[in-house]
Design a protein around this ligand. Structure first.
Ligand SMILES: C[S@@+](CC[C@H](N)C(=O)[O-])C[C@H]1O[C@@H](n2cnc3c(N)ncnc32)[C@H](O)[C@@H]1O
Length: 451
């Protein structure tokens, strides 16, 4: 079957970003094509329950197809749906949430509202990470991952999800590293120095951070680097160096040195200011973050007698924004950098009725502080993996009146929602919010209340 060319009608889009068709009653995952299209494809892998195929030619085009604006679109792992109209992207994102709730969570009575679209569909990101890798033919690349490849990076010229200035900095850093002959990390054998460039530009203040993540060791000729990059880009407000000797491919560091400026950027949400440091989480689409939080707060209906636990609180944004409307808030977060910034943020915003706990959610939930806090409301905004089984068990044991669950992954949300409903919570409605146009990612807000 491998290598065989076939004509396939595309019927759906899968959560992985692949298109879906059928051949002789078997599902085929395609690397291109849109629902309603007929394609000529070559089978690349055959498994007992499905085949994989690569699209050679589109034989009949969908009227929902639009030209992709980005020259990297054909191979970049960032955007998968730039060739589908934005309205249709939202339709498929809603379908993704509905399917997950029904199939994984077993929840058929929950209403999934229409997805709230992003105000900006391009240049919406306030943060991007770019990776270095050695190239097989010699030299190196600096840019984004090729679709489906953790070990292949292509040289980025311009990314439409971020500001052109960000792409210009990436091109400049690549030239600098080449000119200076700095060694570049090789992901296959974990040697070499330059690993990532992370750039964060606050939407509202225009503060601009460049964070260079390297293997262990001081930055060579660092004064020259600082002088040259800040001369080339006077818009840079802070420059940070993070050292990371771990094999895991993440653009964070263990040893941080601020090379220039204050070491953080300041972003605004509603009327509040938030400091964001290199290693701490902040939502990447600033404008849509306000929408997501507003939707969540509307569902929660805050009251002055609410004692709120904000689990997975990051830099404290949700708790700080909610604090004026409730009795008190305790934020819980694993990353110590984020907790440090969360405390600064509470101080900067004059929020007195909030405190923070550094540690894991599952440990906090069995701590004395958790038992004594008399929390009646819990907010959870976990990473893509959703709630850890022990955290879930302890949360259910805790029995809050309401749980505001913000999720960036409908599959793990559906799994957790199924458990909460089985434990006696109601989930009448889910409100998806699109934070990531042109990708298959979708965020959602929901409130579970005790029966
Ligand atoms: C999706 S972010 C949410 C951050 C924040 N609520 C916001 O809206 O900006 C998830 C956060 O959970 C933190 N985290 C991950 N695992 C954790 C754990 N086991 N216990 C506590 N925090 C954790 C991450 O460091 C990250 O800051």
């Amino acid at each position: 079957m491998n290598g065989k060319q076939v004509e396939i009608e595309v019927t759906d889009l899968a959560f992985s970003g692949k298109a879906v068709g059928h051949l002789d009653g078997k599902v085929v995952f395609l690397d291109g094509g849109l629902p309603g299209e007929k394609v000529l494809a070559q089978i690349t892998a055959s498994r007992p329950r499905f085949d994989k195929a690569s699209v050679i030619k589109i034989l009949r085009e969908s009227e929902r197809r639009v030209p992709a604006v980005c020259p990297h679109f054909a191979y970049c792992g960032g955007c998968t749906w730039q060739d589908l109209t934005y309205q249709d992207q939202l339709v498929y994102k809603k379908k993704q949430v509905t399917d997950c709730l029904e199939r994984i969570g077993g929840l058929e009575d929950t209403t999934v509202r229409d997805v709230i679209g992003s105000v900006e569909v391009f240049r919406y990101r306030n943060k991007m990470e770019f990776s270095f890798n050695t190239a097989p033919e010699g030299g190196f690349t600096l840019g984004l991952h090729r679709r489906g490849r953790f070990d292949e990076i292509f040289d980025l010229e311009r990314c439409f999800l971020t500001q052109d200035l960000v792409s210009e900095i990436v091109v400049w850093v690549r030239d600098y590293v080449c000119r200076e002959g700095l060694s570049v990390y090789d992901v296959s054998n974990h040697t070499g120095y330059m690993r990532f460039v992370m750039i964060r530009q606050a939407k509202r203040t225009r503060d601009l951070m460049v964070n260079v993540v390297t293997n262990y060791g001081d930055f060579p000729q660092r004064d020259r680097f600082i002088r040259e990059i800040t001369t080339a880009f006077p818009q840079i407000t802070t420059l940070v160096h993070n050292q990371n000797g771990q094999k895991s491919n993440v653009a964070t560091g263990e040893i941080e040195t601020v090379l220039f400026g204050c070491g953080y950027v300041e972003e605004r949400l509603f009327d509040s200011s938030f400091r964001i440091r290199a290693n701490s989480f902040f939502q990447t689409n600033t404008v849509q973050t306000e929408t997501l939080y507003r939707v969540g707060f509307d569902l929660l209906e805050p009251r002055p007698n609410y004692r709120v636990l904000d689990l997975y609180c990051g830099t404290g944004s949700i708790g700080i924004l909610l604090a004026p409307y409730v009795e008190n808030v305790v934020g819980v977060e694993l990353v110590s950098d984020a907790i440090k910034v969360a405390r600064e943020n509470a101080h900067v915003n004059g929020t007195k009725n909030i405190s923070f706990f550094e540690g894991s959610v599952k440990d906090f939930l069995k701590s004395k502080e958790a038992q004594e806090g008399q929390f009646n409301i819990v907010i959870v905004d976990p990473p893509r993996a959703g709630l850890h089984p022990k955290a879930m068990k302890r949360l259910i044991g805790f029995g809050p009146e309401k749980i505001l669950y913000i999720s960036c992954n409908p599959s793990t949300f559906a799994r957790d929602a199924g458990e909460l409903v089985a434990a006696g919570y109601k989930l009448p409605v889910v409100r998806p919010v699109d934070m990531f146009p042109h990708t298959m990612h979708i965020e959602l807000a929901s409130v579970f209340s005790r029966n």
